[in-house]
Write a protein that binds this ligand. Sequence first.
Ligand code: AP5
Ligand code: MG
Length: 209
Amino acid sequence: MKMVLIGAPAAGKGTQAARLVKHYGIAHISTGDMLREEVAKGTELGNEAKSIMAVGGLVSDELIIAIVKERIKKDDCKKGFILDGFPRTVVQAEKLKEMVELDKVVYINAPDDVMLQRLTARQTCPKCGATYNKLFLPSKTEDICDVCGEKLTQRKDDTAEAGQKRLDTFHEQSEPLVGFYTKEGILFEVDGTQDIDEITKEIIKGLDA
Ligand code: AP5
Ligand code: MG
């Protein structure tokens, strides 16, 4: 299974990917998570990406394509993978097409106001990567990760201002991917406003069809 999850910021890509990798036993490749790791380590790449990510822009196609090209060569991708947050431009999609043959592309669709509400309430665990939501998926103990007990943090780009900019960037640069993959005949859309479990069920049904 080689698949892509497309969706605006906070559409639920990471949440669904975490469930799907367990179900299918495949690798999860989140370009956003990979970039945040580089930022945390203070590498050259991280320093280059940091300011762009903070204001909700996109890092260069060239850079991100090179990262993904290396990542999908790793052993854990042999059984398949879920790309979460890549491609994000038609240029990236065209390059990906040269690298692999995709089975399916899932578009998680939800209105902007829903996504803005979700992203400003998101909390993440800096240690194990678990994701929570103060409104929709709270941790059992406030601000503490259920899985590993670490104190939860908020992403720097999860403010109303950066969130709106990320949504605008999605509509301008990433939404054309829906048309691109519809033409390729491999896209299906799910309603991202449903419950998390309902969305997972619908995606699995679509992937196994
Ligand atoms: P990235 O980390 O990919 O951010 P994003 O696309 O903005 O998406 P998010 O991670 O914010 O949302 P998500 O869809 O994963 O939602 P989640 O499941 O967490 O990228 C960050 C930045 O890196 C980009 O802005 C860009 O600068 C750069 N970048 C990355 N890839 C790039 C590329 N290919 N090219 C160029 N630049 C790139 O859910 C969100 C919240 O909602 C959580 O709190 C969750 O608990 C909750 N939630 C999820 N589903 C539901 C539901 N159904 N109901 C209620 N709550 C829900
Ligand atoms: Mg994510």
